[in-house]
Design a protein around this ligand. Sequence first.
Ligand code: NAD
Length: 495
Amino acid sequence: MKDWSARAAALYDKGFRPMFVDGKWCAAASGEVFEARNPADGSLLATVPKGGAADIDAAVTAARRAFEGPWARWTPFERQALLLRIAERFEAEWQDLCLSDTLDMGMPISRVLANSRRVLGMLRFYAGQAVALHGATIPNSFPGEILSQTLREPVGVVGAIIPWNAPIAGSVWKIAPALATGCTIVLKPSEEASLTVLMIARLMAEAGLPEGVLNIVTGLGSEAGAALAMHPGVDKIVFTGSTATGQSIARAATGTLKRVSLELGGKSPVIVCRDADIDKAVPVAAMSVFANSGQICIAGSRLFVAREIHDEFVRRVAEYARNLRTGPGIDPETEIGPIISGRQADRIGRFVQAGRDEGAELVTGGTRLEGPGHAGGHFIAPTVFAGVRDDMTIAREEIFGPVISAMPFDDLDEVVRRANDTPYGLAAGVFTTHLGTAHKLARRLRAGNVWINMYHAIDPAVPFGGVKMSGYGREGGIEHLDEYLETKAVWINTD
Ligand code: NAD
């Protein structure tokens, strides 16, 4: 088993890591910095510029200049070749890239290595799409020789704002379609996890990205993020994060009527039917929440189990939870890493307390983990509540932590109604061996993604996104490109 500690010690030296604007590495205009700390042990990794409105302005200006400059004349085939070179640079430094994520935001290295491979697929998928973009020639009602056609044009300068829970995939899913369509981009990573995104900028620059096409401004959401959302030079905001922040971004964008797409929070139901294959369903249902310590937008945190099998199923999920190995992410044996920050761990603790206070039964977990392997970090034991009612706080609010709320159900109509009774609509999971039930629930569940007898499947070629207060717009698939394109109608009188 590989020991990552020596490599980890060499990756970050507590020094200053500049941000990337107009092809140059720079400090914030204010000279201010903030700290990047390892959530597994609290150690300092690096300091990072605390960018603000002036830095956002410089980055947007650079992105606009690039958008109107030579980048606009790059052919789709040149953009495709760039994306393929970027994928090669990523592969060459793949282990450091993954390790950076583990150090900066805590996801276990085994999981980053396995999950983030799809990022290479993303880069190659969008490389393919770059040369497949096209408009249409459309018949019209005018007499004579009037030609009408559509052009698909880049939306312009894209402002991207991302959360901390998956920096590699989260940033590439914004950058790759921008490069494929010929947009330029200013990206603000989360203040909780900026380091990997800065590494990504370096790899992209080394692959031949022209100046100003990609700009990374590190900083706080309330400062750099808010400035980006309001900036009149930004044509489109692509945002992933909480629903509350998404609402404030949508409000900020109305001033300039810039386009917005939002990938927001969730409170996703997982439904285990009486006829489910229980042996297969238990680990998948458990990991639908516990993966990444529950810090996943699609966490299947409301577990509805058919009453006949409820007690047995919950007992087995709890047993599975107790056997998960928690610890620092650089240990290859670790299955569950730390929570991103003490603040977030406290927030999860308050939800656990609310579950108890409102009368749910704590079956396992619910405690902060300390001592060997957890010292200095923010660890919470995988937690299962039973006896949860639909109106309890833990059944309604997104916890973004390793907490399952289990509830029995009696029939399909009832469970569909209860599963849909949430402001969110990001994902849903169903376990059944009955084909008709699978199809029926897939149709009736109000969610952007429904997984049957599986969970978590995300692919560059398949659209992903939410309905209701989980946001609007899609990432992945050819639908994603629509978010970065405008359609222009061109009329030509050929008489
Ligand atoms: P967050 O909303 O607190 O922050 C997300 C980003 O927005 C960060 O970069 C932050 O700095 C920035 N931000 C904060 N306030 C801002 C403001 N006023 N204006 C502009 N930018 C601002 O979310 P988080 O805690 O980093 O991430 C967790 C949330 O993200 C959860 O709700 C989770 O469900 C959601 N999420 C959704 C998806 C999805 O695809 N639907 C994926 C991952 C995470």
